[in-house]
Design a protein around this ligand. Sequence first.
Ligand SMILES: Nc1ncnc2c1ncn2[C@@H]1O[C@H](COP(=O)(O)OP(=O)(O)OP(=O)(O)O)[C@@H](O)[C@H]1O
Ligand SMILES: [Mg+2]
Length: 249
Amino acid sequence: MSEGDEIISVRGLNASFGDRQVLHEVSFSIRRGEITLIIGGSGSGKTTVLKHLLHLYEPPKGTVYIFGKDIAEISEDEQTELYLQMGVIYQNGALLNSMTVMENIALLPQQYTDMPEELIQEMVLMKLGLVNLSDAAWLYPSELSGGMLKRAALARAIIMDPPLLFCDEPGSGLDPVSLAALDGLILELKEKLGMTVVMITHEVSSISRIADKVVFLHEGRVLFEGSRDEAMNSELPQLRDYFAKGHGS
Ligand SMILES: Nc1ncnc2c1ncn2[C@@H]1O[C@H](COP(=O)(O)OP(=O)(O)OP(=O)(O)O)[C@@H](O)[C@H]1O
Ligand SMILES: [Mg+2]
């Protein structure tokens, strides 16, 4: 497969909590080597979509294909294999407070590989270098600033060099300078490592900085799917309205 191939395809996805339907016939696709931003107001269903991509829920209707396979149909081994190819920064995901940054990031390779400890440490230090946190390896999460915590979470998500990175609001709570720096790092992951990135965000400024593609969710429906320029120039009233409110900016 080459750059631009479709590697995730969501078709006709519904989701409900109890008798409340929160996703309605959601369909969109993600192409290899691109940064796709999923945008939309609070409660529009963005995190729920992400959780379906990770197969944390069984959809009552609809299908998610990743690397060409229906993720509801794959074996447990294939599921584990797939998880190792997906780095995730969860919306509320924090580092474990009782462990240093190094220990937090080392958890995944310790669990899933036979690599000797020194090699794992080297790997972690390399990733910390990538996110400009080399000096923070032996600090505890409580000793980091908000922006440093986000970058540590990013290092943790990419520790196994996953081809696919999912981030749910990685920039929330950051000042504009830290947010721009985080966007810059994500762009670097795409450009230097060829990662495919799916990022949920409220930050309109991130769209012009890093998006190749935009998916706009409104009340559980995909109202827009297209390139960054198409999004910025769209006449769709709900999208115009969303931009006009300047979410997060
Ligand atoms: N575990 C849950 N149980 C019940 N309802 C839920 C649950 N998770 C989400 N919902 C509901 O589903 C809808 C979509 O929520 P979701 O978290 O996907 O929104 P979001 O777009 O990520 O919002 P935000 O920008 O605030 O993070 C909301 O109405 C929410 O109340
Ligand atoms: Mg959310």
